[in-house]
Design a protein around this ligand. Structure first.
Ligand code: G1P
Length: 301
């Protein structure tokens, strides 16, 4: 596991309306929807912590308290669990409340991802920082996704963003990058387009929700006009970072990516994480076989 010295702070935008998961997200932020029994945002923060990040700014819209409470002490709950002899569970809860220093800020209007990140500016200040989007889970226990980026950013003094090739026809769902591929695999990014119209994408390399950015991005975010979807887009500010001398690098992450912001992707993430749990694996597989038998297999019987 690689601890990274210079990237200590992260921003997690969590102000979306969660419309794709309504009604579940009517009173609960989508970042609190569980993957098996762990809220999505906890998995993302665990990734950040295992990369050496100590401070997280969560940018909230509605539902601010659920996330704050999750990372706070639950004194009564822990005490009750201990009294009932459930010590391991109480310890696990106590650990969640000490894993990170968490600050939460409000995004007062839904003006876009770029604007959400900008809301964290005064808490991050003049240092390179990470951005992690909760919709993207990057599963790599050995080398967390954000650590892979932090190494590249530290080495080059530039920004580094995670990219992955997406199947043809899906480019319009993402920020898409293009540029030169260097001998070490990094991509020196020359072009970035947010949600290109079908047939116009410059490549199939999509941005997948992990960024390590230089502080120069603040000035760009502050002057970025609304772009795709009428929103202030992080991708548009990144185009300015790419034009700086230090530039912006794309890094094809090692790990399995799950799009937990999509209903099917969310279900798949739940199954994949359940299959990683030794106490659940055999039963989940048996359950899947049973369901396949009951509903017909891939042949659509
Ligand atoms: C956001 C970014 C987009 C990126 C995507 C990854 O879009 O704006 O550039 O490719 O996350 O998940 P969203 O999915 O929030 O529409």
């Amino acid at each position: 596991m690689s601890a990274h010295a210079s990237v200590k702070k992260a921003v997690i935008p969590a102000a979306g309306l969660g419309t794709r998961f309504l009604p579940a997200t009517k009173a609960v932020p989508k970042e609190m929807l569980p993957i098996v029994d762990v809220p999505t945002i906890q998995l993302v923060i665990e990734e950040a912590v295992s990369a050496g990040i100590t401070d997280v700014v969560v940018v909230n819209g509605r539902h601010k308290h659920a996330i704050e409470d999750h990372f706070d002490h639950a004194f009564e709950l822990e005490t009750t669990l201990r009294q009932r002899g459930k010590v391991a569970l109480a310890d696990e809860l106590a650990k969640i409340s000490t894993m990170v220093r968490l600050i939460s800020v409000r995004q007062k209007a839904p003006l876009g991802l770029g604007h959400a990140v900008l809301c964290a500016r005064e808490f991050i200040g003049d240092e390179p920082f990470a951005v992690l989007l909760g919709d993207d889970l990057i599963d790599n226990d050995r080398d967390p996704g954000i650590a892979q980026l932090a190494r590249v950013a530290e080495r080059s003094g530039a920004g580094a963003i995670a990219v992955m090739e997406v199947p043809p026809g899906q480019e319009h769902l993402y920020g898409i990058v293009s540029g030169e591929r260097l001998a070490d695999g990094r991509i020196r990014i020359r072009e970035l387009v947010e949600k290109p119209a079908p047939g116009t994408a410059p490549s199939r390399l999509a941005v997948v929700g992990r960024y390590v950015l230089p502080p120069s991005v603040w000035g760009h975010l502050a002057t970025t006009a609304p772009g795709a979807g009428g929103e202030i887009q992080l991708t548009d500010a990144l185009r300015q970072v790419a034009a700086e001398p230090e530039g912006l690098f794309g890094v094809v992450l090692e790990g399995v990516r799950h799009d937990a912001g999509d209903r099917l992707g969310y279900l798949r993430a739940n199954l994949a994480y359940a299959l990683k749990r030794p106490e659940l694996r055999a039963e989940v597989l048996a359950m899947l076989r049973q369901l396949m038998d009951a509903h017909g297999d891939a042949h659509g019987a």
